[in-house]
Write a protein that binds this ligand. Structure first.
Ligand code: GRF
Length: 199
């Protein structure tokens, strides 16, 4: 059984796709041990609680320094004893010590076809604004392992999504979520969960 922690910052629609996937059997052999948010108001925390999943907030604002926050985050994650950390719209940079300790055990969903529209400053609606500004006809989403860089880790899955005439950042974001993100992230977790070592 693969034990996962899901890290979130906002609405948590990707978290919901994971919860639904575990319930409906799209994701097998997987247990969501906890949901961690850096933001106490994140609706994702409500989604976790409504589904009986341990929900916790670890905010940088509660610590004197970024180092103190990083240490606390790693300590809490270590206590959970998880096999995989899933970043589902988590907007805080993962501490380097955590990246090293959980090498190839942290995955992230990014709402573009990496290496386009990724890296520092490309998050949330900004990604879709940049895609529309550039005039690309196809965008999509990527699930990748997390390394020391920003959106630079090994790619696991990608899915293309059409950009349509008249798209706004909001309509494009929604299509990328529906057609790509909500499918790719559960698929990646299911793939990892069903590797020999977690059977
Ligand atoms: C998603 O678009 C994800 O790819 C990005 O942030 C958004 C989070 O949405 N990194 P949600 O909180 O899962 O609804």
């Amino acid at each position: 059984m693969l034990r996962i922690a899901v890290m979130v910052s906002g609405g948590g629609t990707n978290l919901q796709a994971i919860i639904d996937g575990v319930k409906d059997g799209t994701i097998t052999n997987t247990e969501i041990a906890a949901v961690i948010s850096n933001n106490a108001d994140a609706y994702a925390l409500t989604r976790a609680k409504e589904n009986g999943i341990t929900a916790m907030c670890i905010s940088p604002k509660s610590y004197e320094s970024r180092d103190a926050f990083n240490d606390a985050l790693l300590e809490e994650v270590n206590k959970l004893n998880v096999d995989l950390i899933v970043l589902a719209g988590f907007l805080v940079r993962i501490p380097e010590a955590m990246v090293h300790q959980y090498s190839h055990r942290i995955i992230n969903i990014h709402p573009s076809l990496i290496p386009s529209f990724c890296g520092v400053g490309y998050y949330g609606l900004r990604v879709h604004e940049a895609a529309l500004k550039k005039g690309v006809k196809v965008t999509g989403a990527t699930v990748h392992y997390v390394d020391e860089g920003m959106d630079t880790g090994e790619i696991i899955f990608q899915k293309a999504v059409e950009v349509k005439d008249g798209d706004t950042p909001q309509t494009l974001q929604r299509r990328v979520m529906e057609e790509a993100e909500w499918k790719l992230l559960p698929a990646a977790i299911n793939m990892i969960a069903n590797k020999q070592e977690y059977k």
